[in-house]
Ligand binder design. Structure first.
Ligand SMILES: Cc1ncc(COP(=O)(O)O)c(C=O)c1O
Length: 391
């Protein structure tokens, strides 16, 4: 089988289109809209509201597409809020939570957003007089971990994310006046989970601990951290959301990021050099791990579309920067790579482009969209002027 035959048909332009300048970040519009349609069904079925978490991928033409299918956006800083409001205009709600909001940012955020979940009781006390027009909530850390890697686990020991549930329950009983003005709670506790039973356990724990608190609340934001790929799991999700709505009278929000954009993103690179080093063939690419920073940050091996596990040709794919650890990993291919061969990294839509940097002065990937007629459209290119303006 030739390498190109291993591609899904609609990705062939990435492989063949020589006018595509690499490195290129390509997002597949149909993959995003398919996910949004799935989420629209979840919304209809269980009466929840869906927000898109802007931090996953903030490219504005993509945000415009997403805006038509969601109830609003969730943001984690003033700049994300401003971007969200510019894209949404007057039509959707903006939810914000962050451990790092300064008083001056909160005043500006209050003017353009709708819901703000305070990360700590002291953040709430310090800022509450500035946010009177907002729906105010508390981010709660349910102290129930499902994520094995501490770096992704909002419920890790000594977590900085949210008020620990046990502390909140005690405070609520001893000083309920502290929370006058709070109308909702925010829970974001997971990462890339497909298992909504974990969410169910989390909610049961919160409900048990805050039984007196819940009747005074109007809304709950269940955060992101879940994928929506397993249709059987959607039944669990819908029963959770309907329960919160019907039994507790709460408006229910979800704010996925990864689930909407990750599978829609590809990084396309070109092999620019091949040489032997101690018996391994190094294939240097015109990209770098700094275009996929989570590969380096979390040391994982990205999916390469052309990889063929039992292929006869093995290469170490290396990035173009001076860092010796700028490596993607060892991969086998059915066909020999040449200088000029294309390498396509898949599942790179979330948390990559937003974190990409220009270390070594290597340009950022150009951004293309791939539409449902398989046409690639250049959306943005960076140049020396952009690099220069940072310094
Ligand atoms: C508070 C909050 N909400 C939503 C999200 C989106 O999570 P995901 O992209 O895993 O769905 C995050 C991600 O870090 C988050 O911190």
């Amino acid at each position: 089988m030739s390498a190109s035959q291993q591609f899904d048909d609609h990705l062939l332009p990435l492989w063949e289109e020589k006018s595509l300048t690499t490195p290129a970040f390509v997002y597949d519009e149909a993959a995003v809209t398919n996910k949004l349609e799935l989420l629209a069904k979840v919304r209809e079925r269980c009466g929840c509201q869906i927000l898109y978490s802007v931090k996953a991928l903030s490219f504005s033409s993509l945000l415009n597409t997403i805006a038509d299918h969601v109830d609003g956006f969730s943001a984690s800083s003033l700049f994300e809020c401003r971007l969200a409001r510019e894209v949404l205009g007057e039509k959707g709600s903006i939810h914000v939570t962050s451990p790092g909001l300064s008083l001056s940012a909160i005043q500006d955020i209050a003017n353009i957003s709708d819901y703000l979940s305070f990360n700590s009781s002291s953040q709430w006390q310090r800022c509450k007089s500035h946010v009177e027009r907002l729906n105010c909530g508390l981010r709660v850390n349910p102290e129930l971990s499902f994520v094995k890697d501490d770096r992704f686990d909002p419920c890790r020991d000594y977590s900085k994310l949210g008020i620990p549930l046990s502390q909140l329950a005690t405070l609520w009983r001893q000083q309920p006046e502290t929370f006058a003005g709070i109308s909702g709670i925010h829970i974001h506790t997971n990462s890339e989970s497909e298992n909504f039973r974990e969410l169910e356990q989390t909610i049961n724990k919160v409900k048990n601990a805050l039984e007196d608190f819940m009747p005074g609340l109007d809304w709950i934001n269940l955060g992101g951290g879940y994928l929506f790929d397993n249709t059987q799991q959607l039944d669990v999700l819908c029963s959770i959301a309907s329960g919160l709505k019907q039994q507790n009278g709460l408006d229910v929000f979800f704010e996925p990021g990864n689930a909407i954009v990750n599978q829609a993103g590809y990084l396309v690179a070109t092999v620019i050099d091949l040489f032997d080093s101690g018996g391994k063939t190094i294939a240097v690419l015109d990209t770098t791990v700094n275009h996929l920073p989570e590969v380096f940050e979390y040391q994982y091996k990205p999916v390469v579309l052309q990889e063929c596990a039992d292929g006869a040709y093995s290469y170490r794919l290396a990035g173009a920067s001076c860092l010796s650890g700028d490596l993607f990993g060892d991969y086998c291919f059915a066909d020999k790579l040449q200088v000029g061969s294309r390498i396509i990294f898949a599942n790179t839509g979330a948390y990559m482009l937003v974190k990409a940097n220009m270390f070594n002065g290597i340009n950022l990937p150009a951004i293309y969209s791939l539409n449902s007629s398989n046409e690639l459209r250049l959306q943005k290119e960076y140049d020396y002027g952009y690099y220069r303006s940072r310094w």
